[in-house]
Design a protein around this ligand. Structure first.
Ligand SMILES: O=P(O)(O)OC[C@H]1O[C@H](O[C@H]2O[C@H](CO)[C@@H](O)[C@H](O)[C@H]2O)[C@H](O)[C@@H](O)[C@@H]1O
Length: 375
């Protein structure tokens, strides 16, 4: 990796790219205009990590180490004497199960509109080897459909929006694909929640990058074809290079190949998820920004009467957890069986627990509505 892909948080941008909110008009007041940081000899050797923070390691060893880590990074035990069970117990004190804390969560939601944000892979569907076969169960679909009946609901994913729609198959939801760079609201027919007067919602802050992403996709396919098990996925405004099925001995070569391609594209950056290298435009847009954008679109920008609930399992979801933490509002729930470094406040073990959590929310909402009618 040369300086070209290196991003310094304190660097002066050399190019400005305007990001346009396509709709709704009411949001033009908050048009995001983020600089794209490009190559500059003055830039020190720093690069964006998967979490979006600059680090100083740029060599291949950094990426291979990072590829070995879980995503988000597993908590590294400070006391070596701590058994895994003890470690988990101590982590659970700070990140209790959202199921065992369900009553407290309901109390926090009193008088507030819950808005649901759901990541897809590892949250609604289990992690599988073949990304094209990451189907969600019909029971999960039912749980998401029911939740969306009572609460505005968005699917927020690194995947291409159309692809995730082909898995979820539910109208009436908001879909934020490509790590939030492709946001679409429900069609007017299926829309239930309309706080602002908008016909349809479409927001694609990285549309200028489409030709570049397509080009890099072709180059990466060619470059990685000699690495058995490597798979390149086109997620429209970003790309994924999967290494789940690549022999660990080849990770070094794969990381090297990917970085060599990116050397020619200084406006793209590399991040990492669960056994996947992700290539994204260097705009300051992520799942956290998508969450804020959607809250605004729903009319809850500065509202105290909203409780955003974000459930996700991966490093890219940390951007959304961070936003909730900084707003001191809402609940971040990390899906993980093992202790991980996270900005989420609560945890759920796996998609089965996510489904249970969604079901309980629906049950509670139904019974409180019946109660309300009776009174
Ligand atoms: O934001 P998400 O919905 O979590 O999407 C992140 C990436 O998910 C997919 O990859 C992950 O799931 C695959 C299927 O279980 C698995 O094979 C892979 O190892 C995981 O990284 C998706 O294929 C990627 O494009 C997304 O970026």
């Amino acid at each position: 990796m040369t300086n070209q892909n290196v991003i310094a948080s304190d660097a002066k941008p050399s190019i400005d790219i305007r990001i346009r909110v396509l709709f709704p008009k009411s949001l033009f007041s908050t048009v995001v205009s983020e600089p794209v940081l490009t190559a500059s000899p003055r830039l020190v050797k720093k690069m964006e990590t998967a979490g979006g923070e600059a680090v100083t390691k740029t060599n291949n060893a950094y990426w291979v180490d990072s590829m070995r880590d879980s995503s988000p990074t597993r908590v590294k035990s400070t006391a070596s004497s701590l058994s895994e069970t003890e470690e988990r117990k101590s982590w659970m004190i700070n990140h209790p199960s959202a199921l065992s804390m369900f009553e407290q969560i309901l109390n926090a939601s009193k008088g507030k509109q819950i808005v649901m944000f759901l990541d897809y892979d590892g949250t609604l569907s289990p992690i599988v080897e073949d990304p094209d076969r990451a189907f969600m169960t019909s029971e999960m679909r039912e749980a998401v459909r029911d939740v969306a009946r009572y609460f505005p609901t968005a699917i927020v994913t690194g995947r291409c929006r159309d692809k995730v729609y082909s898995f979820v198959k539910l109208a009436g939801l908001y879909y934020a694909g490509s790590h939030g760079m492709d946001i679409k609201g429900p069609s007017s027919k299926s829309r239930k929640y309309k706080k602002k007067d908008h016909e349809a919602l479409l927001f694609q802050p990285a549309s200028k990058f489409l030709p570049m992403i397509d080009e890099v996709y072709e180059v990466l396919i060619e470059k990685t074809k000699t690495i058995p098990g490597a798979k390149v996925e086109n997620n429209k405004f970003c790309l994924s290079v999967h290494f789940r099925c690549v022999d660990e001995k080849m990770w070094d070569t794969l990381a090297e190949q990917v970085k060599s391609v990116l050397n020619d594209y200084p406006k793209l950056r590399l991040t990492q998820g669960r056994k996947v290298l992700e290539i994204r435009p260097t705009i300051k847009w992520d799942k956290g920004k998508a969450l804020e954008f959607l809250l605004e679109a729903l009319g809850y920008a500065n509202s105290k009467d909203v409780l955003p609930v974000y459930i996700g399992d991966d490093r890219s979801d940390e951007d959304a957890f961070k936003v909730l933490r900084n707003r001191d509002q809402g609940l971040g729930i990390l899906v993980s069986k093992v202790p991980k470094e996270t900005n989420a406040s609560y945890s759920l073990q796996d998609p089965a627990e996510v489904k249970e959590f969604l079901r309980r929310l629906v049950e509670w909402k139904r019974s409180s509505m019946l109660e309300y009618r009776r009174v």
